[in-house]
Design a protein around this ligand. Sequence first.
Ligand SMILES: NC(=O)c1ccc[n+]([C@@H]2O[C@H](COP(=O)([O-])OP(=O)(O)OC[C@H]3O[C@@H](n4cnc5c(N)ncnc54)[C@H](O)[C@@H]3O)[C@@H](O)[C@H]2O)c1
Length: 336
Amino acid sequence: MINIGIIGAGRIGKVHAQSITSLVPGAEVKAMADPFLTRETATWAQNLGIPHTTEDYREILEDPDIDAVLICSSTDTHSAISIEAVQAGKHIFCEKPIDHDTAKIREVIRALEGSHVKYQVGFNRRFDHNFEALQRTVSDGRIGSVHLIKITSRDPQPPSPEYVKVSGGMFLDMTIHDFDMVRFLAGCNATEVYAEAAVLVDPAIGETGDVDTAVITLKMENGSIAVIDNSRQAAYGYDQRAEVFGSNGMAAVSNDAPSSLVVSSADGVTGEKPLHFFLERYMDAYAKELRCFVQSIENDTDTPLGVMDGLEPVRMGLAAKKSLLEHRPVKISEIE
Ligand SMILES: NC(=O)c1ccc[n+]([C@@H]2O[C@H](COP(=O)([O-])OP(=O)(O)OC[C@H]3O[C@@H](n4cnc5c(N)ncnc54)[C@H](O)[C@@H]3O)[C@@H](O)[C@H]2O)c1
């Protein structure tokens, strides 16, 4: 049995706690830590069968019975807690992004060197059944060599301006998942990024200095070209699609809906809207990424997404920010 401590009892920490309890065989949540732990959350954890809650994550790191930690706290704490967890010899699943600052991610990389600690980054979309099938099709060579990758990623509603202010901006908060998806589908890194963006959804987002609508083009190491389009608000809901076009054909995946219901009438033909947002669409993917993490500990194998997979999308996000600011294509090599 792999004993797990969860650091951060917010939205995603609770999702992971629920997944482990019901969907991840061979693992148990032994403790949950959050400096702003409320009585309500402590009761929630107790009801889920988590024996210990604390305001101090170091209690988890010092507990010899804990094998692994899930770092689900606010982004600005991930790199420092990662380093402490490596020093404590705990295996680590860290939510994305590891940090907004590549220098801090490199400190985590250095801390991991020579250790036996497993490290996995929470790019959950790789474990979504649609994107998994698309990637498998491409890597099996069924569409030949990859020429074009198109990703559509639009949220159903924008976050609050308060959230936007501390989010690191749309490219590092939202597009970061798409940057990871482009690498996953292409099977290689990006070499160059060009971003066009605007504030078309909410002027309050613009007042924070961020954007809410963007098109990003990327050149990949294998010569393929990728395009990502993002919006913080799609009127019809959470829109998560991808297409890969290659020398022998094309493969594409669409949205998941609550059902395949289609109503045909004299007024037209309508189907259901996509599943509401990430918690609905990616629930299975969240559980699967944790099953893979636990299996890599049990079998002493590499995790499916290592620390370098945490670094590259941040470089791509910083390159996109620079591209927008300087209005030019930016090479990834310009970002250290
Ligand atoms: N992979 C995904 O799809 C996904 C989805 C949502 C969030 N996230 C990531 O997960 C992280 C948390 O996001 P969230 O939406 O759950 O935020 P949240 O604000 O709901 O929860 C964060 C929690 O961390 C706690 N915290 C802050 N400092 C801490 C510390 N030192 N030790 C322990 N807990 C601490 C806060 O009190 C809060 O309860 C962010 O980095 C975010 O980018 C990933």
